[in-house]
Write a protein of this length. Sequence first.
Length: 163
Amino acid sequence: MSEKAEVSLRPETPEDFSFLEELVIAVREGEAGFRDLLPSERTRLLKEQARLQITHYRKVYPAAHFMIIEAAGRPVGRYYVHQALDHLLIVELSILPAFQGHGIGRQLIKSAQAEAIRTKIPVRLSVEVGNPAISFYEGLGFVRTKTEASHHAMGWTPPSGVN
């Protein structure tokens, strides 16, 4: 792993839309459903997916915190977290490939786990089947709780007796 990046979070704004398109393209363009398309078609579809994701997340999780991850003075990812009464849901955690492996995701997940310990609630998230991030989350103590056709539900429960 490379040097740990200094990370900050800020609220997402409408001005971030072009970055969010760039992020979705960078993270998903190598996936099986996209990599064999012509570059122009792949870009068009992934930009559309970015728009649909943003609309969907804001509709389904209107009270979530929609945050832009910044490192090295620029946006490098997005982190969407929804605080429910009985759990903390990580709706989305995406980081530009050039900034992966620098401890950014680990730092954010550890922060969510610390909040879960403080509030005595589990952390939940969903990961696409076959996504390499599954082993990342398992390495942080998450376990698969349910598998659907395309996603694994994963969870982490604070150890009992920890404050």
